[in-house]
Design a protein around this ligand. Structure first.
Ligand code: OFO
Length: 207
């Protein structure tokens, strides 16, 4: 911050001292607004890890689905979901660093790599999204407690995202519960899921 004050000269004839003090106060105030509190920084960094782990969870699912015959739709869905989670993580990293924090990249838990059946995959998907939603809600609450309105605003995008993802996971889980072990139904949903993803992507682009 001291760099801001380098090269500033006080013209004693014009007595600019008061003006300079006001300007310094403004800059200090600006910095107070821009800096993340320690608690906010730690919580945002925790979210970076959670988004990275979500990406890994969906990558593990996608890789397993790819080894199963005839499940190309579900496979593509989870590869894309994994990429989306990486995008969520990167968005957080840039935000933290832009606010003069430091986004920390940590080691991740090894995700589950094998599943009994397709419905298990969607139960895991929903469980993970509920976990992420809870974490985002906690972050929103913390941002208000810390009076960090920039972070509060930043998190609104994540709230919208979670609403969509929870809805997608619930819809697919309910459909799979309806078809049960009927293989024809499972293969039909494999085709439908690509359409579901496209519909969600289009509604996002239209925003
Ligand atoms: Fe990162 O959006 Fe869901 O998990």
């Amino acid at each position: 911050m001291l760099n801001f004050f380098k090269g500033i000269k006080i013209d004693s004839k014009q007595d600019n001292t008061k003006t300079l003090i006001c300007w310094m106060c403004l800059m200090i105030n600006k910095y107070t607004i821009m800096l993340l509190s320690e608690r906010m920084l730690a919580a945002l960094n925790n979210q970076v890890k959670l988004e990275a782990e979500s990406s890994q969870v969906y990558l593990g699912i996608a890789s397993w689905l790819e080894t199963q015959p005839g499940l190309e739709g579900y496979t593509e869905f989870f590869y894309r979901q994994s990429e989306e989670e990486r995008h969520h993580m990167l968005k957080l990293i840039h935000y933290i660093n832009d606010r003069d924090g430091h986004a920390i990249i940590t080691a991740l838990e090894m995700p589950k790599n094998t599943f009994g059946q397709v419905i298990e995959v969607f139960q895991d998907f929903l469980d993970n999204e509920l976990l992420v939603s809870k974490s985002i809600n906690d972050l929103v609450e913390l941002s208000l407690n810390e009076k960090d309105y920039l972070t509060f605003k930043f998190l609104q995008w994540y709230l919208d995202e979670q609403l969509e993802e929870e809805k997608m996971a619930k819809t697919m889980l309910e459909k799979l519960q309806l078809v049960g072990s009927d293989r024809g139904g499972i293969y039909q949903l494999d085709k439908d899921i690509v359409g579901l993803r496209t519909k969600v992507s289009e509604s996002k682009e239209g925003e």
